[in-house]
Design a binder for this molecule. Structure first.
Ligand code: UT7
Length: 319
């Protein structure tokens, strides 16, 4: 049986840090409000001219390094992003070119903040079907470019960054992806969306969100997805070592942990330092916990996310 095994992980954050205090000079907000309601203390912002493909490339190179593999080994690149460099070509093909790869396939995947979880599902299926042998799955975003910097209800929440994993098809391994679960429901589009796009407005648009309503759906749907994903693998939630959630709001992380009776120490949080980096947030948080020694080889890890669409999902693997 083929298993999709995570061989390496890496991430990249732009140099510039924007503090809550700096934001409170632009819009009517405060460090106290942002920390209390979200847990966010700062966010990284891409430099002028620094694009999603640049962030994704740096994360991909770090992941390849960690895996001890070269770009030549890669025959599939999937980039989860809502903020591509261009409408087309895909950011994945731009990164493919920057890595000097001329073989295999590359494409973008759009599921907003759930993009990386959707990507795990797609990459797992393509590796198991024999379509590819070694994949780069990248979550990369320059969300700062689609924020309305005068809207305090959204501009304080997001940041830029990228995370990547190298995933390889391995015969007869006990490690790797054990189960994935993805869902969507377009019914609540007006609660979280971008008010522009090439076909509708011929503009890029800005993020709009009714945050408190999204919050309620997020906690319920994430907890449900995690339960379904664990059940699919036949593994009780209590056996899982680490939970790596999408980093939208510390109160969402706490709410899910309470519902599923998780020990908060098992829940990886980077909300304070990264804010919400959409599709990049899960691999960024996982990289932090791998590098600081919390997540070790052989550990059972569950990823989860919720985002625009609505989209949501979870993935369980043995690292
Ligand atoms: O990644 C995709 C998924 N996204 C999410 O999961 C986000 C989910 N939602 C949230 O994280 C939270 O709902 C927010 C952080 C967005 C908002 O927190 P909340 O506790 O739900 O606050 P609220 O929206 O109910 O607003 C409370 C008050 C309002 O004032 P009034 O109407 O009570 O006078 C807002 O206008 O806080 C006000 N407010 C702010 N005040 C200071 C909203 N944004 C700010 C701000 N600074 N930045």
């Amino acid at each position: 049986m083929i298993r999709s095994v995570i061989k390496g992980i890496g991430s990249y954050l732009p140099q510039k840090i924007l503090s809550n205090a700096e934001l409170s000079e632009r819009v009517e907000t405060s460090d106290e409000w942002i920390r209390e309601r979200t847990g966010i203390g700062q966010r990284h912002i891409a430099a002028e001219g620094e694009c999603t493909s640049d962030l994704g490339l740096a994360a991909a190179q770090a992941a390849l390094n960690d895996a001890g593999m070269s770009a030549d080994d890669i025959d599939l690149i999937v980039v989860a992003t809502t903020t591509p460099d261009y409408t087309f070509p895909s950011t994945a093909t731009i990164i493919q070119h920057k890595l000097g790869i001329k073989h295999g396939a590359a494409f973008d995947l759009q599921a907003v903040c759930s993009g990386f979880i959707y990507g795990v599902n797609v990459v797992d299926a393509l590796l198991k079907s024999g379509t590819a042998k070694n994949a780069l799955l990248i979550g990369a975003e320059t969300f700062s470019r689609i924020l309305d910097w005068e809207d305090r209800t959204t501009c304080v929440l997001f940041g830029d960054g990228a995370g990547a994993v190298v995933v390889s098809a391995q015969e007869g391994s006990d490690d790797g992806i054990l189960s994935t679960f993805i869902r969507s429901n377009g019914e609540h589009r007006e609660l979280l969306y971008v008010d522009g796009g090439p076909s509708k407005t011929q503009t890029v648009g800005h993020v709009r969100m009714i945050g408190n309503q999204v919050f309620k759906h997020a906690v319920k749907d994430i907890a449900g997805a995690m339960q379904d994903c664990a059940e699919k693998a036949g593994i009780p939630i209590s056996d899982i070592d680490w939970f790596v959630p999408h980093q939208a709001n510390q109160r969402i992380l706490n709410g899910v942990a309470k519902r599923l009776k998780l020990d908060p120490k098992q829940v990886i949080s980077t909300v304070e330092y990264h804010a919400n980096t959409s599709a990049a947030s899960v691999p960024l948080a996982m990289d932090v916990a791998v590098k600081d020694g919390r997540i070790k080889r052989g550990d059972l890890v569950m990823l989860e996310a919720f985002g625009g669409g609505f989209t949501w999902g979870a993935a369980l693997f043995k690292f």
